[in-house]
Design a protein around this ligand. Structure first.
Ligand code: NAD
Ligand code: IPM
Ligand code: MN
Length: 357
């Protein structure tokens, strides 16, 4: 029996999570999977109920589970709290760190039925592209010390520290090259080695690791150029290897290229293949509570959980195919409706995926 800790969180989190659970229940029956779901509060919802974003009971449930299915956290209601108590900093980042989830996989693939939802010109999109962003998730300027605020008046300053150790760069690089081996065998490492010492080390270590993977082609690109090349010609990329901060930015851009923020799933894994699975997007306060959010990123994240943590390629593939079929049938939430289709609700999209299974 595999136990999944279900942490829906805030904003659209609970809305899209309901649909992912619906789909998981359907594959559970179809593939006779032995799965159990246990829910817990996290983020702003947990602050409201228990006074803290990551209650001890929630962390304990995660520790006792085989995987974490996560929605999203944060929102305007909690933005006036001291930064260290806010949902993002006090729940999601500590969870990533606690479980050493250093490897974040964000697959930005344009479904053929959705090429029209890509904001790029049709001649650039062609028949679609398939990029895997491999983002380091437990280091970089997100976690470097010292960090903080000091002084007052015009000299008051805020500071963070960008930092990577050789070991941290080596392990994420190996994940990226190993992933590329199973794909089109090209890694583009994104850095800022023309300015930052951290990134000089990054480029050097990636170059060294590349020698262990002589069948994989490696290329280095500065992050500013990378964001430009992504919209100029996304087909040039296979695996994009990024540090935590650049990967955050690049993956939102890549998400939109696939049609919507609501399409990008993610897996955050540690070296034991324990993982947290969540959409790359956030709690979308602008559409929360309306029942119109796109649940596909959450559903595809659930598929990644079956694939990476439970080794069930069959069930994961079935979900991917059901999503594809649903899109081919022209079922669209508002964010991906471009061809004059009448947008469906979050729940109707979930139902359609279940029906396609
Ligand atoms: P966001 O990703 O929540 O929203 C950006 C835009 O994308 C919005 O217009 C939103 O409506 C749209 N969008 C996102 N997901 C969608 C979906 N499933 N369907 C349709 N449209 C979707 O980013 P933001 O507005 O910068 O952040 C809002 C809050 O979420 C902030 O508090 C932020 O810190 C938090 N956040 C949390 C996570 C997470 O929990 N993993 C990730 C990113 C942002
Ligand atoms: C993401 C989010 C998070 C990040 C925030 C909410 C801490 O933007 O998962 O991409 O920056 O990693
Ligand atoms: Mn982000």
């Amino acid at each position: 029996m595999k136990q999944v800790a279900v942490l829906a969180g805030d904003g659209i989190g609970p809305e899209v999570m309901d649909e992912a659970i619906k789909v998981l229940e359907a594959v559970r029956k179809k593939f006779d999977l032995s799965l159990r779901f246990v829910t817990a509060t996290v983020g702003g919802a947990a602050i409201d109920q228990h006074g803290e974003a990551l209650p001890a009971a929630t962390l304990q449930l995660c520790e006792q589970s085989d995987a974490i299915l996560f929605g999203s956290v944060g929102g305007p209601q909690w933005e006036s709290l001291p930064p260290e108590r806010q949902p993002e900093r006090a729940s999601l980042l500590p969870l990533r760190k606690h479980f050493d989830l250093f490897c974040n996989l964000r697959p930005a693939r344009v479904f053929p039925a959705l090429t029209g939802a890509c904001p790029l010109r049709a001649d650039i999109v062609g028949d679609g592209f398939d990029i895997l962003v491999v983002r380091e998730l437990t280091s970089d300027i997100y976690f470097g010390t010292p960090r903080g605020r000091e002084g007052s008046g015009p000299d008051e300053r805020g500071f963070d520290t960008m930092s990577y150790t050789r070991a941290e760069i080596e392990r994420i690089s190996r994940m990226a090259f190993a992933a590329a081996r199973l794909r089109r065998k090209r890694v583009t490492s994104v850095d800022k080695a023309n300015v930052l010492s951290t990134m000089v080390l990054w480029r050097q270590v990636v170059t060294e690791v590349a020698r262990e993977f002589s069948d994989v082609e490696v290329r280095h690109i500065y992050v500013d150029n990378a964001t430009m090349q992504l919209v100029r010609d996304p087909h040039q990329f296979d695996v994009m290897l990024c540090g935590n901060m650049f990967g955050d930015i690049i993956s939102d851009e890549a998400a939109m290229l696939t049609g919507s923020m609501g399409m990008l799933a993610s897996a955050s894994l540690n070296s034991e293949r324990f993982g947290l699975f969540e959409p790359a997007g956030g709690s979308a306060p602008d559409i929360a509570g309306k029942g119109i959010a796109n649940p596909l990123a959450q559903i595809l994240s659930a598929a990644m959980m079956l694939r990476y943590s439970f080794g069930r390629e069959d069930a994961a593939d079935a979900i991917d195919r059901a999503v594809e079929k649903t899109l081919v049938r022209g079922i669209r939430t508002g964010d991906i409706a471009t061809g004059g289709e009448t947008p469906v609700t979050t729940a109707a999209m979930g139902d359609a995926v279940v029906a396609a299974l």
